[in-house]
Design a binder for this molecule. Sequence first.
Ligand code: B3K
Ligand code: ZN
Length: 850
Amino acid sequence: MKDASPQTIYLSDYTPPAYLVESVYLTFRLSPKNTRVISKIRFTPNPASQSRNFFLHGENLRLISARVDGQAVTPDVTDTGLSCAVPDAPFTWECEVEIAPEDNTALEGLYMSNGMYCTQCEAEGFRKITYYPDRPDVMGVFTVRIEGEEPILLSNGNLVTKGNGFAEWHDPWPKPAYLFALVAGDLVNHPDRFTTRSGRDVELNIWVRPGDEEKCAFGMEALKKSMAWDEETYGREYDLDVFNIVAVDDFNMGAMENKGLNIFNSSCVLASPETSTDANFERVEAIIAHEYFHNWTGNRITCRDWFQLCLKEGLTVFRDAEFTADMRSAPVKRISDVLALRARQFREDNGPLAHPVRPESFVEINNFYTATVYEKGAEVIGMLKRLVGDAAYSEALDLYFDRHDGQACTIEDWLKVFEDATGRDLSQFKGWYSQAGTPRLRVTDDFKDGTYTLNFEQETPPTPGQDDKAPQVLPIAVGLLGPNGDEVVETTVLEMTAAKQSFAFEGLSARPTPSILREFSAPVILERETDNAERAFLLAHDTDPFNKWEAGRALAREGLIDMITEGAAPDGAYLEAALTMARDDTLDPAFRALALGLPSQDELAQTLHERGHTPDPQAVWEALETLRHARAEHFQDLAPRLYAQYQVTAPYAPDAEQSGARALANSALGMITRLDGGSQAQRQYGSADNMTQQLAAFSNLLQSGKGQEATSRFYDQWQNDRLVIDKWFMLQIVHAAPDQAAATAEALTKHPDFTIRNPNRFRATLGALAMNPAGFHNASGEGYRVLADWLIALDPLNPQTTARMCSAFETWKRYDSTRQDLITKQLDRILAAPGLSPDTTEMVSRIRSA
Ligand code: B3K
Ligand code: ZN
């Protein structure tokens, strides 16, 4: 039973733990319905704490027995934990509890997935395994004995011994309980080895269900590349004799960085050319890197409390982005990251769920694993690096690792390291951690007597609970182009600290064209009165690939906004500029494919809302359709040429070069399909020997309304591959016509392969509905109703995934009053569901209170 009224936790209430843990011995006697967990923990009073109140977290545990220094005790047990009288001196706590992993549908704590035992403890899942001070600032050395009949028994650290029906693991590195992991099952491995630069020989394994071993090679290569990169770039070496990765089918998120035993959603580690797209491969590489990098940024140095989550997540996202930029194309990675930032983080930051990178209160911490903490958290580190420079960044990181290894830290510790390494005062910069909302940066310019001046004004709109905003420190990377397109001022970083500030460039012979916010040097919304001629000029001449792309994006966006708000025709300037850009063979095909992408329906709705319009989702969808059609006609000659030119004939490789060629050829296919009714897509579907090509063809057929045959062929071919069938569910819904989306999703929930128990399948069906905005927001209100029905059904089983998916409703205030009424009716229906979890209650109340 959960508490009736869950507590709000405040950062300002932090107090150090009363007792510290020296060592932990755990014995697991595995059984689906009654697993016994026997713990023996050595506690010592914490000299830094005044309190001698001994409290251990624990939820849904059946207490069998407890002893203090060998004497049986009877603790006070509540729904959330136990307390007990203990000595004011070091002592040994022993306890036995019983849990039922098979009944654990929340997928938090110890649970079962396809007959295999596995764990997920971050953030507060360990308390569902045994009684423990389940907070990240309590770090202990764990020894784990697993008893069970499963052939493979894994835990953190190094293997001590194993025998018939048991295995023992020891992790020499003190860690918080959230990094604990256990896996037991009938697994097969893809093994390899890595020698660290100091000569440690490390055994590497990817553990999977029998049948999946052919899908591990790519992940293993990604792991070895990550290990080498962290040594070369950050000087960080691996620190155990073995590194295990396990693929699990039922998992609430992407993956988890448990010390020495990473657990992955199988969709984020398994990959093969036949079943995975280029984008899937890139994602697997990035997530493997991310979890591996956590070994230093997260595990060796962890968070003092969960408010400091961005300390490990922002930094690790930043590191994995640097890794991908090094492995692939840096501009393509930056553009993709900014697209994702705007789609998810700006949306969050400009709605009812806005919160600072370091939140100040929460009810359920799992609700704060957000785009703001992760992606904006990484942007903040990018700004810091830009402000101090590469060399100082690297010195500061060395100092961070030296000073804080083995500790549980705060954002204050992190910033102090930069202050000490650089002598800079970062007190104003700290505002990025405490102030929510996306700053608007308005720019005007003037030119007089050879001096060009940029005038900036910044303003952050109010967010829930924060009405008044202070100016932020903004690194604004700027370059200037002369009238013939040559760069007359190379990229310089202007440091803006005030609400209004001007910067002058002298000695110019003519008025330049500014390229502002190069590489997207700060996470702001740039507002500048400009015209299509200037955008086309920048698209043609900017030396900064990000701003070159941005110029094309703005051209497309402004044309679309005019189509939506004024009924304008597709913008000829955009079509011509896109054509010129697309046929420029000096440009990377991956870049051209990205530049041919159009703003999403959601991005357009957000922009309309920012400019005081009420977006009509149907009108947004129609404008995009009209523009796509006009563009297909404008590209009538070029599209088939590009399509032919960028066919890859070499054997499939998921590298940047081949992926870029396929991406460009497939954007051409999109245009061709609009004019040929799907014949080229049919041919591609028939001849595809990899999932990227097959799925592109399938998507085009679905979009052109000719997908029926491909839908059944695709299912017949892949019915035994659950990850591919997720794609099958998702694409049918994402590409359904707006008035069909809700019905398609609902029909698919009745398909025999649909299951509410598997988060991937649930997201592929109900999450996909929200990814079809015109369908989700269809005036019938059916999209809202279907999603709400299923969230209400999922909540009692899996609160974490339910709560996360409620963010589909976070934009409700943008829409007309009829839609607002339809949405609030559903939100209120969810809130009224009997026994609604605290997770979902918190999310829906925050969304609703806007
Ligand atoms: N640290 C985990 C996320 C845990 C989420 C808990 N609800 C994965 C990651 O960021 O690497
Ligand atoms: Zn992470």
